[in-house]
Ligand binder design. Structure first.
Ligand SMILES: *Cc1c(COP(=O)(O)O)cnc(C)c1O
Length: 216
């Protein structure tokens, strides 16, 4: 059994797997695709655009890293999901580009949950405000499907668990207003804990594809 099949065995059926293929070449992605995987995550626009042009058209591409506003236009025609919405400005631009392409773009709000200083992500209050604006009809061309978060990079499982539990709590609260479908938390090192804490989507890179050469 290869890495991918081994990972799949550990993931419950109701949990979505996003195979994080950043830095890995198209032929490696094709191998995983041939095993049945359809959702792939990338964090660089140019890389995603290139791979999208080279690979089967039924791949669902998820943006998982910080997205610059001026680059939304390049992926707007085909992107399935932008998991890393971390500002109002970005959400406005996604809405604008979605309208231009006469489609709805699915997004997750990325919420800061890590204790360590992280550059990107919304504070919980900001996420709640954006969601409220969305509920009031401000972004008619996007669909906010849920939340995404990254836990601290630490071996302290108690800390990681605390952070996942916090995001799950925010998710449940927002869901009372309107049912949210996706709670994306967990990577290669912590996805089992994330699932335990309520994640129904996990983003796994190195455990499937092996180590990346670049520190991304
Ligand atoms: C790279 C990345 C992942 C995957 O990380 P692995 O540790 O390789 O599984 C998941 N989420 C985000 C936001 C990433 O940037």
């Amino acid at each position: 059994m290869n890495n991918y099949e081994q990972i799949l065995e550990t993931i419950p059926e109701n949990v979505e797997l996003v195979a994080v293929s950043k830095t890995h070449p198209a032929d490696k992605i094709q191998e995983i695709y041939d095993l049945g995987q359809r959702i792939f995550g990338e964090n660089k626009v140019q890389e995603m655009v290139e791979k999208h042009s080279l690979l089967p058209q039924d791949i669902k591409w998820h943006v998982i890293g910080h997205l610059q506003t001026n680059k939304v236009k390049y992926i707007a025609p085909f992107v399935e999901m932008i998991q890393s919405v971390d500002s109002e400005k970005l959400l406005q631009e996604i809405d604008k580009q979605a309208e231009k392409h006469e489609r709805t773009i699915n997004v997750l709000l990325q919420v800061k949950i890590a204790e360590e200083e992280t550059k990107f992500g919304l504070e919980i209050n900001e996420a709640k405000e954006l969601f409220q604006d969305y509920m009031n009809g401000q972004y008619p061309n996007v669909k906010i499907e849920g939340l995404m978060g990254m836990a601290s990079f630490t071996s302290d499982q108690t800390q990681v668990k605390k952070e996942f539990a916090l995001l799950k709590q925010v998710f449940d609260k927002m869901s009372l207003q309107q049912n949210l479908e996706t709670l994306s938390m967990g990577m290669s090192g912590d996805y089992l804990l994330a699932i335990e804490c309520g994640a129904n989507s996990v983003r796994i890179g190195s455990a499937i594809f092996g180590q990346r050469n670049l520190p991304l």
